[in-house]
Design a protein around this ligand. Sequence first.
Ligand code: ADP
Ligand code: ZN
Ligand code: ZN
Length: 746
Amino acid sequence: MIAEVILESSVKSLNRIFDYNIPKDMENNISIGSRVLVPFGRGKSLAEGIVTNIKDNTNFEVKDIAKIEEQSLSTEKIKLSRWMAKRYFSNISECMRLMLRPGTTTKNFANRMNSKTALFVSLNIAKEQVIKDIEENRVKSEKQKTVLKYLLENGTVLQAELIEKTNVSRAIIKTLEKNGFVKIETKKVERNSLASKDIKRRGNLKFTEEQEIAYSKIEKSIDNNEFKKFLLYGVTGSGKTEIYLQLIEKIVESGKTAIMLVPEISLTPQMINRFIERFGKEIISVLHSKLSVGERHDSWERIENGEAKIVIGARSAIFAPTQKLGIIIIDEEHDSSYKSEMAPRYNAKEVAEEIAKYNNIPLVLGSATPDINTFYKAKNAEIELLKLTKRANNSSLPSIQIVDLRQELANGNRTMISIKLYKLIQENLKNKKQTILFLNRRGFSTFIMCRDCGYVAKCKNCNISLTYHKKEEKLKCHYCGFEEPLIKICPNCGSKKIRYFGTGTQKLELEINKIFPNASTIRMDIDTVTKKNSHEEILRKFNEEKIDILIGTQMIVKGHHFPDVTLVGVVSADGSLNIDDYRASERTFDLLVQVAGRAGRENSPGNVIIQTYNPDNYSIQYAKKQNYEEFYNVEIKLREQLRYPPFCDIIMFGISAEKEDIVSKTSNELYNNLHKKLKEKNISVNLLKPLPAPVDRIKNRYRWRIIMKAKTNNEIINVINECLYDKEFLKNNARVIADINPMNMM
Ligand code: ADP
Ligand code: ZN
Ligand code: ZN
């Protein structure tokens, strides 16, 4: 018999099927989905691959499969990989990789993650017999007695623990084994990030009327075993999570499993604890990038063997090897982290839809500020819309005021804090309530510039301005890590008038400490959360130690529930308004509504101040009204006029190389190929000529891009794949990627 094998490789020319002979002694152990080692290339080198089909004959002269590995993929996952490879213009094996157990895909076999094992000791005879033997002095050594007594009390224990706790040598345990009292076995030790959690169980809340209606609609499609998409559109605090919990409860009770995706950043202990309270940690498996590889490996294994019934994780948890999947929930569905920016450049929401279709199960998307594309589909009956209009615990939505910073400046206030915000902070401090100050800053805005000649310090390798880091007095590139000491004199004109631009969180914290010297502050941004868990640590401190003011960027916006926060100040709302992206208004609206939603979530009413230089902008005006639907109505008209998603897809081709002439040649060749093939098939799309990208050099590589606007269908996707995987085209010495509806257009 012959196996068709897809080799593990990101090399585009290897993205095809290779035939291998299945040796007689392997025939019974191999199936579609088996992970195998096969001879490939010159010499004795082996390559890894996955069997995607088994057949009787081949026209080629083929070699034998060398080895079958223990892991395998389901036929569902193989089908999914094929679908993804086409849709996201990538190699099939790059997609399969996401579906293999974490830690098992490195090329270096010695470094691969395995299940961890250790020696365990337990009694080998009945307890009563042991007690008798001790009493009747058949065991004489005191040390042996200590060991037996420990085992009587503790059951099966790690040998290492036994030695430590009883202070005996290994030899003593060995003797006991030889005399038949105990047995020593090798068993699996589980690395589980939840192991240390000790949390009281809690029951369901009684649904509000709105929750009840939403729940029963989804319940119906669970009962009917049908694929159906729902948008649970509910204001912040409207009890969406409670609905998720009860849906999952129903699924688990019927012996099925559930996947719930949340943005990486909102996978906080607070959120996970809510699930543990309801279901206990035994059946929950958490997957995200902050876990160790060992923990992720074991989480995956617990899902594979059916122990874990509920998977909670970030984007890539959608690939978890669940058995009998019953529902997929995607919370904060508008979040950009569901789209991968690395190959394969998949969108987890689209992948979830494929999986839900395959399994005939509901897909529930939840948000207070849905993705414009999702809401459009809901309006057009492609998704069933479920609304929650009120907060579940009856707390009112915060009141929001806008402060015009131009006016503030005209009145002579040169600080970052307006008079109005200043007064409210002061009042909050007096009342011992907490405040959040939010800076809508796109990472890199603290650049430095010469006021005389306009010189801006840029990275040598990337055409990007360097970011000023006050603490180290350094300028750093956030793309490649290049750094240099802060310049004091302009290298261009010699002027000493170097100024820092942008309003960083550090600067804000300094200013707040000056204005409110008695207030405690804590800062959360990219610089303070680089260490593992530091993000959670900051939030925990803020919450438990009742720090007066939390200062932060985008990171503080999502999902957190702080009962004592009654004031949110948006120090500048404009950071995401002026970016080169058609989603600028949507991003701004989302951010403002989400951050406002942190205020007054319990008994005390919340206040929000939005400071801006663009008080009339519609995304800011509708955020003030917290009216998503009005915002949507304006935004969707603009999208239609300008033909942006959902009225078309945007496909971005990125071409890069170290030499600029290679980039331009490859770009033009790709453009011409696409143009020609589309014309042959009479497909009309909007294909823009190749141009240097907005950031035209990163890490010493020149970057160009081609943009295509089209309502994609299979035909267009096929043409693109044909062009990208064309043998002649692949001879170009450039890196070429294609990204459908990318999050980042830079
Ligand atoms: P969301 O996920 O929409 O932000 P949550 O599910 O976190 O909302 O609910 C917000 C708050 O309301 C939580 O404190 C939650 O315990 C409470 N809550 C949710 N549903 C109910 C209910 N049916 N009755 C009372 N309180 C509820
Ligand atoms: Zn200068
Ligand atoms: Zn750089």
